[in-house]
Design a binder for this molecule. Structure first.
Ligand SMILES: [Zn+2]
Length: 482
């Protein structure tokens, strides 16, 4: 398997520290608000990656943090405490907010077929480990205390690894408009490991430490959590590209200084979801959530399908029109799967040949759109329906598009329509004697009569996908297979 590694800026064979075993870490959500679908794009692609590794027979240990310690809205050490901001907005305690939005995050993930990592660790549960790591950095001379806070000293590193060609202006925190320089810092890239003096006098969560009562900086939590559950050698670190700098940059600085050896083999970054008016963020425009998609009648798996159609290293343009196109394609696909007749023995040889082909395609830097192409190719194979269904079920272990599940639901729904159509008898249907098709044809004719053209078109598309041609005749509709 090949993956692009952000640290080397090259596509490389994916090699792990222990053969056959993958230690994987994912930066989790900050739980002060609902997850934006732009952030969920990262979790979807990381989920496909984890499933592909398992599909290839690797043993995966995946760890994720939950940022429930207050952390700052900006990249600098100033700004607002997001958790406290959420708590104030909703008149709840910080821990109530964290619990509510953690549950909401995992509920969204479940709807998107995203597997929960093996270990999920809220930052507030591991404060002693953070303190141990910070003390270790101080003991080794990689940190200093100034103005009551503990800072990481980036000048002590032979190389402060900054991902990508970052705009130098972004590093000039002190000169950015509206951002106050932290005068305790010895150099501009230094960052806080532990706060005892912050701008938030009313910080809700505080712990005792050798440096006084306070709370950890954001970056330390991922380094310490990964060290505890993944061990000293990490194979794969995932996150949205937003996190590459400064967060991942600072994670590398802390972890390698503390451990005294190289830490993570491969860095996997998922690019932005954009709208027509620029990068999506929580501060501007419509706040896009899984619930909003559902309110507008989209199955959340349509969004997963939409994400999988594009490569994770390209910015993805979100518009409702683009999502509608994905919905049309997804529904046609499900209709084709639903038209396959279950039962019978699949051909094992075909199955393993398809599996190899699939791994070659998707295993080339997580090419999910080729994974979807493989699904369409499998539908065209000159093999039995049982074999096709077995191949699709196998591919879907990685893609997670609910192909068989949604197809089964569709069959049930179509049968229900068939039952109600026979009872109605308000229109004649001439066809080839298939009650299920008769029912759909009737349903479409009724939707059309009721001027529900969207529904009528949807059913016609479904029928077309099954190779059914419709002709309007006086008093009814005629259909035939083409
Ligand atoms: Zn992180």
């Amino acid at each position: 398997m090949y993956l692009y590694n952000s640290a080397t800026r090259k596509k490389e064979p994916f090699v792990t520290h222990t053969p056959g075993h993958v230690e994987m870490y994912t930066c989790g959500p900050t739980v002060y608000h609902f997850a934006h679908i732009g952030n969920l794009r990262s979790y979807i692609m990381e989920d496909v990656l984890e499933k592909l590794l398992r599909y290839e027979g690797l043993d995966v240990n995946r760890v994720m943090n939950i940022t429930d310690v207050g952390h700052l809205t900006g990249d600098s050490d100033e700004g607002e405490d997001k958790m406290l901001k959420g708590a104030k907005r909703e008149h709840k305690s910080v821990m109530e907010i964290a619990k509510f939005y953690t549950d909401a995050f995992f509920s969204d993930c479940a709807k998107l077929n995203i597997k929960t990592p093996d270990t999920v660790q809220p930052a507030t549960g591991l404060i002693p480990e953070f303190i141990t790591m910070i003390q270790g950095l101080l003991d080794k001379g990689y940190a200093y205390v100034a103005g009551g806070n503990v800072y990481f000293d980036t000048s002590k590193l032979p190389r402060y690894h900054i991902f990508f060609d970052h705009d130098e202006a972004d590093l000039q925190v002190g000169v950015r408009e509206g951002v106050e320089e932290d005068r305790n810092k010895r150099s501009k890239n230094d960052f806080v490991l532990w706060f005892t003096k912050s701008k938030f006098e009313d910080q809700a969560l505080k712990w005792d430490s050798p440096w006084g009562v306070g709370y950890p900086g954001w970056h330390i939590e991922c380094s310490a959590i990964s060290l505890k559950y993944n061990g000293e050698y990490l194979d794969l670190h995932c996150g949205g590209i937003d996190n590459a700098f400064p967060h991942h940059t600072n994670e590398i600085a802390q972890s390698e200084s503390y451990l005294g050896h190289p830490w993570c083999g491969c860095w996997f970054h998922v690019h932005h979801l954009n709208t027509g008016d620029g990068k999506m963020s929580k501060s501007k425009g419509e706040f896009l959530t899984v619930s909003l998609l559902e309110e507008r009648g989209y199955d959340p798996l349509i969004y997963r399908f939409f994400c999988l159609q594009s490569h994770y290293r390209k910015a993805l343009m979100f518009t409702w029109e683009n999502l509608d196109n994905a919905r049309g394609a997804y529904r046609k696909l499900i209709a084709r799967v639903a038209a396959l007749k279950p039962g019978g023995e699949p051909d094992g040889e075909i199955l393993s040949a398809q599996r190899e082909k699939f791994i070659r395609a998707v295993g080339n830097d997580l090419n999910t759109s080729l994974g979807i192409t493989a699904v369409y190719d499998a539908l065209k194979l000159p093999v039995s329906d049982a074999t096709k269904l077995a191949v699709l079920e196998d591919f879907d272990k990685v893609l997670g598009l609910g192909l068989l599940d949604r197809a089964a639901k569709k069959r049930t729904e179509d049968a229900r329509l068939a039952a109600s159509a026979t009872a109605s008898g308000d229109m004649t249907v001439e066809g080839e004697g298939d009650p299920e098709i008769d029912a759909l044809v009737l349903e479409r004719a009724r939707a059309k009569k009721a001027k529900n053209f969207a529904e009528a078109d949807r059913i016609r598309e479904d029928l077309n996908a099954r190779g059914i041609e419709l002709t309007d005749v006086p008093g009814g509709v005629r259909w035939r297979r083409v």
